[in-house]
Ligand binder design. Structure first.
Ligand code: NAP
Length: 252
């Protein structure tokens, strides 16, 4: 129960990696505020976590690209639990696949708004509340694609590289406030988001061979690392992104 008494807000927490992260933090004792764009997804995720025996779970709608929704998420944590100690910024979008240079300006703007700017704005909102608690922990979900751009996912990959930079920029800036900022960079994780890469066996085998991995990861593979980064066991770790990619090469 390394996170007993801590309050954690997680974005995009109703499926895949975010839901597993919420479950991992909850099992470690954290009180949870889940969020995603759709109210029915939030309700279903809350029911799943309660079925796991987690009692301190609540949630709200938060499309991270909307300022009012981001404020509502933070307010939900304050109203329900009186503060916030942990933020996992997990939401991302990828509206197109194809040539990097053929991606329209609106596509670049949308990807950067949701994947990068929204994360920075959410951090700006939570920092004063973490400061009041004497510190906190923030984890940004980046991607192996940030180190090694995935074919046909150019703008998305560049946005995930920007998150590596955001972790490096904020680590030192928030250190005086005792707020740690770290990231995880998942490789191929079997979720709805990545299904085009694993849904048929020949494609999966081709992708695994190209990445040099033996199996796709699970959301729980990522959740374990996020829970560690949020815990006192990682008290001396800040400004780092941990690659969770089954051994795939990951140099920038
Ligand atoms: P997923 O299983 O498809 O789940 C996506 C979640 O995001 C859902 O809860 C969805 O709920 C929510 N969501 C989507 N857009 C949102 C928005 N604008 N604001 C708030 N919530 C939003 O996806 P995943 O694979 O777990 O991906 C989670 C993160 O891991 C992303 O940052 C992704 O880039 C990263 N990642 C994934 C992989 C992989 O192989 N799966 C690899 C590297 C990195 P609603 O529909 O209700 O909004």
């Amino acid at each position: 129960m390394a996170l007993a008494g801590k309050v954690a807000a997680v974005t995009a927490a109703t499926d895949g990696i975010g839901l597993a992260v919420a479950a991992g933090l909850g099992r470690a004792g954290a009180r949870l505020v889940l969020s995603s764009r759709r109210a029915e997804h939030v309700e279903a995720a809350l029911a799943r976590l309660r079925a796991l025996g987690l009692e301190h779970v609540t949630g709200c709608v938060c499309h991270v690209g909307r300022a009012a929704d981001r404020e509502a998420l933070v307010q939900k944590a304050l109203d329900t639990y009186g503060g916030i100690d942990i933020l996992v910024s997990n939401a991302a979008t990828n509206p197109v696949m194809g040539s990097t240079l053929e991606a329209e300006e609106e596509v670049w703007e949308k990807i950067f708004q949701v994947n990068v700017t929204a994360a920075a704005m959410l951090i700006r909102l939570v920092v004063p509340h973490m400061e009041k608690r004497g510190g906190g922990s923030i984890v940004l979900v980046s991607s192996l694609a940030g180190y090694r751009p995935f074919p046909a996912l150019g703008p998305y990959s560049v946005s995930k590289a920007a998150l590596l930079g955001l972790v490096k920029a904020l680590g030192p800036e928030l250190r005086p406030l005792r707020i740690r900022v770290n990231g995880v960079a998942p490789g191929l994780i079997r979720t709805r988001f990545s299904r085009a890469l694993w849904q048929d066996e020949p494609t999966l085998q081709r992708v695994m061979a190209a990445m040099g991995i033996d199996r796709p990861g699970t959301p729980e593979d990522v959740a374990g690392v996020v829970t560690f980064l949020c815990s006192p066991a990682a008290a001396y770790v800040t400004g780092e992104t941990v690659v969770v990619a089954g051994g795939a090469a990951s140099r920038l």
